[in-house]
Write a protein that binds this ligand. Structure first.
Ligand SMILES: C[S@@+](CC[C@H](N)C(=O)[O-])C[C@H]1O[C@@H](n2cnc3c(N)ncnc32)[C@H](O)[C@@H]1O
Length: 232
């Protein structure tokens, strides 16, 4: 199978796991496109996975300067093989407070996370929000799109059987199989632990660094985008 095939399989599962994924990606890119200051936007996608957001962004804004961060060697292998070489693909652990030292730039116009931060415990996510906000250049923004259920609603559950099947196929692939072993070593049990606080929690935690008061940019069921801009 090619990187494109793996990416297609991943996307099919993500579309089931994340209702409204297409619109969420498009709306996130709309926010970047709306800047309109004539500069090529510099964009950071944390927990960028196989690179879907990055490739969709480049299809709309080819001049964007894009950095993808992930830790999973399987995701990084697929992203590295399917994204153009202009994309800076960085292996970093968002649990490590020094991870920003691995980035190629000190500032970004858009700092994005799509369905990527729910593996982090509350203390680490709070600290990470401050780190993400600190990377935002004037006029830019930080956005997190994830399941943020109301207190009385539960996030929709993934179809575990289908995810298991996808990962089992990757493990059996001659090229990616070794990366699956490396993945288990890196993540231990934490890759399956998820934490989905309500949007109000994220809004409190994202009040950090140089960005303005954060707000909910849109909601689609539990799927919520919280965004904070840094004034010019
Ligand atoms: C559900 S996937 C979403 C991927 C991508 N944002 C998308 O929408 O397709 C979550 C991503 O977060 C990454 N991730 C989880 N924990 C991480 C960590 N501690 N450091 C870096 N990346 C991490 C995973 O490897 C995975 O690629």
């Amino acid at each position: 199978m090619t990187a494109g095939d793996w990416n297609d399989g991943w996307e099919r599962l993500m579309a089931r796991y994340q209702p409204g994924r297409e619109q969420a990606i498009e709306r996130t890119i709309d926010l970047i496109a709306a800047r309109g200051d004539g500069r090529a936007p510099r964009v950071l996608d944390v927990g960028g996975g196989t690179g879907t957001l990055c490739s969709r962004l480049l299809a709309r804004i080819p001049e964007a300067e894009v950095t993808l961060v992930d830790l999973d060697p399987v995701m990084l292998a697929i992203a590295g093989a399917s994204l153009p070489s202009s994309v800076k693909v960085v292996r970093a652990d968002l649990r490590d407070p020094d991870w920003t030292g691995l980035l190629p730039y000190s500032g970004y116009d858009a700092v994005l996370a799509i369905m990527a931060l729910h593996y982090l415990p509350p203390d680490r996510l709070t600290a990470l929000y401050a780190e993400l906000a600190g990377l935002v250049r004037e006029g830019g923004f930080v956005a997190n799109v994830d399941d943020m259920p109301d207190a009385d609603a539960m996030a929709s559950a993934a179809d575990d059987g289908s995810w298991d099947a996808w990962w089992a196929q990757v493990a059996a692939d001659p090229a990616l199989g070794p990366a699956v072993k490396e993945r288990a070593r890196l993540f231990g049990d934490s890759s399956s632990a998820e934490w989905h606080p309500p949007a109000a929690w994220h809004l409190r935690a994202l009040k950090a660094g140089p960005v303005d008061e954060p707000a909910v940019a849109w909601r689609n069921g539990a799927q919520t985008a919280v965004v904070a801009f840094r004034p010019r």
